[in-house]
Design a protein around this ligand. Structure first.
Ligand SMILES: Nc1ncnc2c1ncn2[C@@H]1O[C@H](COP(=O)(O)OP(=O)(O)OP(=O)(O)O)[C@@H](O)[C@H]1O
Ligand SMILES: [Mg+2]
Length: 361
């Protein structure tokens, strides 16, 4: 991500893992289902799937974990293997470029093992087709040779459980989605659940986290444990350098101001988008490309990085005619919402999308 001046800026509230997260997350990952906080529905359903399989002595159905980044999909995949007492092999959609890569992984599986495919929506088509048969019949067809002389040799593979994760269920093909016996939709976490995540992380990282400090950080974590844990680390630094080490509400507030994270968890770009929408376009409706130009960002960044949380926080509405600021957005910028924002019905004229030729889009 870059800001309007073209300088790189890593947001403290990005849900996507950065290299620093990866290292510490390994120590913070819950290991067992009972340690996994929140997601009560998913946890209960998964408990039944795993217990049923245990009693029958079969590998459980294939599991699809879907949801936004940082909500615990990888953690849950690892927990499934631990709960089954099975080894786990890990790969990802982008790594399975050729069907042969997948065939090699599948034929090396031992009975009952878990194969974890992260970012499954990015799997290449031939590998995906191979996966259908593997998931259904525990078989792969290995193609030998090329062109008209090519023959396919069926090969039995060990019964296994596929656990796949995706941030974009919509990008999966129907046939692939249908082959999962169980799909877990991960939801954003409630503030109280994030406080629990924070308390657990504070114990592991030996941070003196006070209840009001936990509440303050949880409220700014955008419903996402990864963000909560990252903000805790930033606040800890501040607490150690500029205070006495204790993470209180006042320390959390001061620290997160330094990192440009406001009381709702909005960062600079989120606020820039709201500001442009409200101040430059009168609250909208305005097309996403126009909005993106106004804040000096790619439309995809605005659409995929900012908007989901702004929509969820009730600040921005996506309408067929463009993006509209809600009354809450005006208030968040300390402005009086106009009557149409209060009524929830945006008024014309629409600022609309620019003519495509204008921006070469
Ligand atoms: N339910 C939870 N309880 C406690 N900690 C959690 C929970 N869910 C996630 N976390 C924490 O958040 C971090 C990120 O979770 P994880 O890597 O599993 O997310 P993910 O959904 O796989 O993200 P991505 O889409 O980026 O792969 C974990 O290391 C863990 O510390
Ligand atoms: Mg993951």
């Amino acid at each position: 991500m870059s800001d309007a001046m073209g300088e790189p800026s890593t947001s403290a509230v990005s849900a996507v893992a950065d290299p620093a997260d990866t290292e510490v997350e390994a120590t913070l990952r819950p290991r067992r289902l009972t340690e996994f906080i929140g997601q009560p529905r998913v946890r209960e359903q998964l408990e039944l799937v795993l217990e049923g399989a245990r009693r029958r002595g079969d590998p459980p159905d294939h599991v699809l974990l879907s949801g936004p980044p940082g909500l615990g999909k990888t953690s849950l995949a690892m927990i499934i293997a631990v709960e089954l007492g099975a080894a786990m092999r890990v790969t990802s959609g982008p790594a399975l470029e050729r069907a042969g890569d997948l065939a090699a992984m599948l034929s090396n599986l031992l009975p009952g093992e878990v194969l974890f495919i992260d970012e499954i929506h990015r799997i290449a088509r031939p590998a995906e087709e191979m996966l259908y048969l593997a998931m259904e019949d525990f078989r792969v067809d290995v193609v030998v040779g090329k062109g008209p002389g090519a023959t396919s040799i069926p090969l039995d593979i060990a019964p296994f459980t596929l656990v796949a994760a995706t941030t974009r269920t919509g990008a999966l093909t129907g046939p692939l989605r249908d082959r999962f016996g169980f799909t877990a939709h991960m939801e954003f976490y409630q503030p109280a659940e994030l406080e629990q995540v924070l308390r657990r992380a504070a114990t592991i990282l030996r941070v003196d986290l006070r209840p009001d400090g936990a509440e303050e950080i949880a409220g700014r974590s955008r419903g996402t444990p990864r963000i909560a844990n990252r903000l805790l680390r930033r606040v800890r630094d501040y607490a150690e350098v500029r205070a006495d080490g204790a993470v209180t509400r006042a320390v959390a507030q001061a620290a997160l101001t330094v990192y440009d994270v406001d009381d709702l968890g909005l960062d600079r770009l989120d606020r820039a988008v709201l500001n442009a929408l409200v101040r430059s376009f009168g609250g909208g409706p305005v097309g996403v490309s126009t909005l993106a130009v106004a804040v000096g960002e790619e439309p995809a960044t605005v659409e995929e990085v900012c908007e989901p949380y702004l929509v969820r926080a009730g600040m921005l509405a996506r309408t067929p005619r463009g993006r509209v600021a809600t009354a809450a957005a005006w208030r968040h910028l300390n402005l009086e919402p106009p009557p149409r924002a209060l009524a929830g019905s945006p008024a014309p004229p629409a600022a609309g999308e620019p003519p495509p030729a204008l921006f070469g889009l």
